[in-house]
Design a protein around this ligand. Structure first.
Ligand SMILES: NC(=O)c1ccc[n+]([C@@H]2O[C@H](COP(=O)([O-])OP(=O)(O)OC[C@H]3O[C@@H](n4cnc5c(N)ncnc54)[C@H](OP(=O)(O)O)[C@@H]3O)[C@@H](O)[C@H]2O)c1
Length: 336
């Protein structure tokens, strides 16, 4: 990841103390030369720990909740680029506390949009998830609503105003609360065989570095209004079990509420307004913006995309690229 776009500029990351935020900050400090990076999140302990790790003079830490529009507006003064990563993202917690998830993931998204427009932020990328495509759980539904808010925000910001885009990807290897640290903990405690909800389960698989690189690249690519989807491999859950425990033996515990067998990043219903580029897809806005001159098939980096075809669906179960057990072991060794 190298982006001269960030040199001398001020960046703000909501949820900057999370898995994504941590890696984003670390990569930006290593490879770019930003004027300031503002981390915006609620928990003072996580910020304190991050401050011990990142002592660079460009770093700023703002305690605040994305539910608090006034605080967001103050934090975004003179900010050029925003990554919106703050979210409640545990599927079962969202099912049990739906309104809390709505307040953070939907109302919070609108607050971020309002604060960005009011402060004249140049470009904004909001992180989304495969669970937002044809959602079956509340977490996915709130992220879909958030995606819609960010896409439509380009219409409110006016010509020359803030540009908003969305990056949607699948399971991040090793992120907080995900399956790899969960399995690792069970293996450490000798709790085998590992639990599996369904033997046929597949998932999209991306590393944090790939996720960060993709977000940074899309700041350069975006016109505004795109949902960017990276081409990434899938995994089969039993291959992961074998890669981590050395055997395919497992315990079936049954599909959890709100869990899918396969994830979708680009639903067939959106194929007619989606484009394929060399290493990613773009879902273009279903609505027409006031600026009709935008041609999404050529992005700001002059890369060219072509229509995906009406029957196309990007699904973790039919993805042509699956990681092998050996590749999963290698990835595990490198990323954790
Ligand atoms: N991890 C994955 O596998 C994955 C996959 C696809 C998409 N995504 C998306 O990527 C984004 C980042 O995920 P992540 O893995 O980095 O999550 P994470 O590790 O759980 O971090 C979430 C961050 O958001 C902050 N936060 C939560 N609620 C907040 C609020 N109301 N106001 C301000 N900050 C708040 C948290 O800090 P405090 O608790 O201190 O506020 C933390 O810094 C999310 O939008 C998620 O939906 C993640």
């Amino acid at each position: 990841m190298v982006s001269e776009m960030f040199d001398g500029r001020t960046l703000l990351v909501t949820g900057g103390t999370g898995s994504f935020g941590y890696r984003f900050v670390s990569q930006c400090l290593r490879l770019c030369n930003p004027k300031k990076i503002i981390v915006y999140s609620r928990d003072e302990l996580k910020q304190f720990e991050m401050q011990q790790q990142f002592t660079h003079p460009a770093m700023r830490y703002f305690l605040g909740d994305v539910r608090d529009k006034h605080r967001l507006k103050a934090a975004m003064r003179d900010v050029d680029f925003v990554v919106h990563a703050a979210a409640l993202k545990q599927v079962p917690a969202a099912e049990y506390n739906p309104n809390e998830c709505i307040k953070t993931n939907i109302n919070g998204a609108q607050n971020v949009i309002d604060a960005c427009i009011e402060n004249g932020v140049k470009r904004v990328i909001a992180l989304s998830t495969d669970k937002a495509a044809n959602p079956v759980n509340l977490y996915g539904a709130t992220k879909l609503a958030s995606d819609k808010l960010f896409v439509a925000a380009n219409n409110i910001s006016g010509a020359g105003g803030t540009r908003f885009a969305v990056v949607r990807y699948g399971n991040v290897v090793g992120s907080r609360g995900s399956v790899v640290p969960f399995y690792r903990q069970l293996l450490k405690q000798g709790k085998t065989p590992l639990p599996v909800t369904h033997e046929g389960m597949t998932r999209f698989w991306i590393t944090l570095d790939q996720g960060v690189d993709f977000v940074v690249k899309n700041f350069q690519r975006m016109h505004g209004g795109e949902i960017f989807v990276p081409k990434i491999p899938s995994i089969r859950i039993l291959d992961l079990v074998e890669a981590m425990s050395g055997v395919r033996e497992h315990d079936i515990i049954g599909i959890r509420p709100g869990e899918k067998l396969h994830e979708v990043m680009l639903p067939e219903e959106m194929a007619h307004h989606s484009l394929e580029f060399e290493d990613h897809y773009v879902i273009t806005p279903a609505i027409k913006f006031f600026d009709k001159s935008i041609s999404y098939n050529v992005n700001k980096l002059n890369e060219t995309g072509k229509p995906v075809g009406d029957k196309f669906e990007y699904n973790s179960g039919t993805n042509p690229h699956f990681l092998t057990v050996r590749e999963l072991q290698e990835l595990d060794r490198l990323t954790l």
